[in-house]
Design a protein around this ligand. Structure first.
Ligand code: BGC
Length: 760
């Protein structure tokens, strides 16, 4: 991470030394709902923070902590939609556009991106998170951060860490082993911190293994700062602090919002010695650095081009929409080949384009699909629209459904807009099932029964269960909650004005019960045990070879891509080297399109339990018809490593690995095998429960074991079939049994001395 040396540590330390304890306590405790305390005497200005993440939600009044009253801003697609673009350039552009809107509105910190992992489809806030995969999440969050910060505004990566459900989010402890935390729930944060140096991060509400995220020294100081080199500040999630002094001690730099009590508690803690003032000073430093930095980078009179941002919002929505299914190439539609279209479902007219809660943007503008379809088809095609269901809830009238069926029957095609209403998923509210409302299901079922040309357009923030009706419809578009441009983007995709290129950042399982976290969600007695461990999303479904509805990384296009020429610079490499991979992708269809090339790594044999494949690189390319492109990837040691629970380090094991290149996690087009010769040696400590088998390669161990085996009439190297079982039994015995079975000839002291030898 690049050091920000606008204000040196020395300068900041001198400034802090001049501040009174009262000033310091005020500064780390927030002024009101959205800003920090200015300290005029020392020329420290107030810093304004605002939500985030997919657009600016700045309150007209900074004391207003409610969800109403934010100023108008561009509403870009929410994170699940952005995650499906896999397009880092585009994400940077969006981050920059939001950063500009922050500059124009005097906001110094944007409270986003959100990069928690989608552990279960039921998390009500999944729409604010990118993916079930930490690598994809981390890369996208990093690109978003770079975009925001390119405008002189700080991003705030949240919610650190393991904030994966809304149920009891302020009460529960998530309990997971360190490997699971490091590989799944923290890796995205690690990538984004190391690659994009965020100026701020937000701690989660929950506890991790019994300690509040905001009071967790291991998380906030040992890992984040000491190991990852983070230099920004950490702000609490709003109201997450339980003990301000313990939080400051652990490394939390700012409590928000102001609660009227915390500053006094900090002062008392310093006075009574429970919080060391030097520690408080240390905690202040990163916060002060960013306050001064963002203040120096303020650009007065910044204006925004709302039309350009709207156009970007439409382009982003187009890239995020995933064509899940397209039998007989029913899409794209050709308006010249039809006379009438039935457009059914309220979301066509009143799109659900973002989620409820703190991220809800007061959108400058809104596109709906109905108007945009009308615009595209012109006057020669009749459009028949019926809303059928309500925006919220699950009510409909049978007579309306009958009317919708009648319209669909007579039309050339039926476009059915369905998904999840606002009250089914939102901040503070987990889903209770994975289904869409009955009113939406009835619509798609009954319409598809009379109209073979039915296209379902889904609007939802996370995977839904569709097994019940999926076979009835030839085409399905996943439109997510894709921002203020969503209606235009949907129409453009339906009529081929844009070619779909989104790919799922999350698996669509067949059923909720298949989700690996199902039995352990939402937990009990304020505890959520992550017993599925590292097997989250496709890591689970693919390792178990389970049938899924749509796999991770899946998404169709109106064109086709051919993969060839996989070359790898070395078939054997060491962990100090970078593996260079290249391949060619050709657009062999009849129109321009974009493909997301995905690189997975499979460890062929490991001492650890590992998923059958893990995403380690990807690239989105745009190709005109007939054109091809060579794509290069680099994989370093980390791409082959797992987090070793004993040595507590990322560990790259020697051995063979498959490099799998594909168009989805289940559509692998090219593969090759490489051998890693690792310099990292993991020497297991021998103890009295080490099996004989593990010491037979040791110069002292071998004769010892051989001696015992010979006394049982066999030997280490015997390949006689009749010795097979005896060898299996004896070699798997722990060393201590040499004492138990020795009739007093081999004492515990002798064993201890042998073990000491073996460990040398
Ligand atoms: C949310 C954060 C948000 C904050 C401020 C909290 O409830 O969890 O994501 O940034 O409120 O609105």
């Amino acid at each position: 991470m690049k050091k920000d040396d606008t204000h040196t540590d020395q300068y900041l330390d001198q400034l802090i030394a001049r501040m009174s304890l009262e000033d310091k306590a005020k500064l780390i405790s927030g002024r009101d709902a959205w800003s920090t305390h200015p300290i005029e005497e020392h020329n420290i200005p107030a810093m304004y923070l605002a939500d985030g993440p997919h657009g600016l939600r700045k309150m007209a009044n900074s004391k207003n902590a409610t969800l109403q009253g934010s100023i108008p801003a561009t509403c870009f697609p929410t994170a699940s939609a952005l995650g499906a673009t896999w397009n880092l350039e585009l994400i940077r552009e969006i981050g920059a556009a939001i950063g500009r809107e922050c500059q124009a509105n005097n906001v110094q910190i944007l409270l986003g991106p959100g990069l928690n992992i989608k552990r279960t489809p039921l998390n009500g806030r999944n729409f604010e998170y990118y993916s079930e995969d930490p690598y994809l999440s981390g890369k996208i969050a990093g690109a978003f951060t770079e975009g925001v910060q390119s405008q002189g505004v700080g991003a705030c990566i949240k919610h650190f860490a393991a904030n994966n459900q809304e149920h009891e989010r302020m009460m529960h402890s998530i309990n997971a082993d360190e490997r699971t935390l490091r590989e799944i729930y923290m890796r995205g944060f690690e990538i984004a911190v190391k690659e994009s140096a965020p100026w701020s991060m937000m701690c989660a509400y929950n506890k991790i293994n019994g300690t509040w995220a905001g009071e967790n020294e291991w998380l906030l100081t040992q890992v984040l700062r000491d190991e990852w080199g983070y230099e920004g500040f950490v702000v609490s999630d709003w109201g997450a602090v339980n003990n301000p002094d313990r939080a400051a001690q652990a490394g939390l730099n700012l409590e928000m919002p102001d609660n009227g009590f915390s500053a006094e508690k900090i002062i008392q803690a310093v006075k009574n010695g429970t919080l060391n003032e030097a520690r408080l000073d240390h905690t202040l430093r990163p916060l002060l650095r960013i306050i001064l930095k963002t203040s120096a980078l303020k650009q007065e009179n910044t204006t925004i081009d709302a039309d350009a941002h709207h156009a970007l919002a439409i382009r982003a929505a187009e890239e995020s929409i995933v064509l899940l299914k397209n039998e007989d190439d029913i899409l794209p539609l050709n308006e010249n080949e039809m006379k009438s279209i039935a457009v059914l479902g309220r979301f066509a007219e009143t799109p659900r384009f973002q989620g409820g809660g703190s991220s809800n943007v007061n959108a400058i503008k809104q596109e709906n699909a109905l108007d945009n379809i009308r615009k595209i088809v012109g006057e020669n095609v009749a459009i028949h629209y019926l809303p059928l269901y309500e925006s919220r809830g699950d009510k409909y009238e049978k007579s309306d459904l009958d009317a919708a069926v009648e319209l669909a029957k007579k039309a050339d095609i039926a476009l059915v807009f369905i998904g999840l209403p606002d009250d089914f998923e939102a901040e503070g509210l987990d889903r209770i099932h994975m289904d869409i409302p009955e009113s939406h299901k009835a619509l798609v079922r009954e319409v598809a029964a009379v109209q073979p040309h039915t296209v379902a357009i889904l609007s939802n923030g996370a995977a839904v269960e569709i097994e019940e009706w999926e076979r009835d419809v030839p085409a399905i578009l996943e439109a997510w909650l894709s921002g203020q441009g969503s209606g235009a983007a949907v129409a453009n995709i339906l009529f081929g004005r844009a070619n779909p290129s989104g790919k799922l950042g999350e698996t669509f399982p067949l059923r909720l019960q298949h989700n690996p976290a199902h039995l352990y969600f939402p937990g009990e007695h304020r505890s959520v045990d992550y017993r599925e461990g590292i097997f989250v999303g496709y890591r689970y479904y693919d390792t178990k070879s389970m049938e899924v509805m749509f796999p991770f990384g899946h998404g169709l296009s109106y064109t086709r891509f051919e993969y060839s020429n996989l070359t790898i610079n070395k078939s054997e490499f060491s962990d100090n080297e970078v593996l260079k991979i290249s391949l060619t992708v050709k657009n062999i269809g009849t129109q321009a399109g974009a493909e997301v090339v995905q690189v997975y790594v499979h460890d062929k044999a490991s001492d650890a339990v590992r998923p059958v494949k893990e995403l380690q690189a990807f690239q989105k390319i745009h190709l005109a018809e007939g054109k091809s492109q060579t794509i290069d990837f680099e994989l370093d040691k980390r791409a082959f490593s797992y987090f070793h629970p004993e040595i507590k380090e990322w560990y790259a094991e020697s051995g063979e690995f498959d490099i799998l290149v594909g168009s989805s996690s289940r559509d692998i087009r090219l593969h090759a095998t490489v051998t890693l010769n690792s310099s990292q040696e993991y020497k297991r400590v021998v103890d009295k429960y080490t099996p004989f088998r593990d010491i037979i390669h040791h110069p002292t161990g071998r004769p010892f074991v051989e001696n015992i085996l010979q006394s049982f009439g066999t030997s280490i190297d015997s390949d006689k079939p009749e010795d097979h079982e005896a060898k299996a039994i004896f070699l798997s015995l722990p060393l201590i049994k040499s004492v138990n079975f020795s009739h007093g000839n081999f004492s515990e002291e002798m064993l201890e001395s042998l073990i000491a030898d073996l460990n040398e």
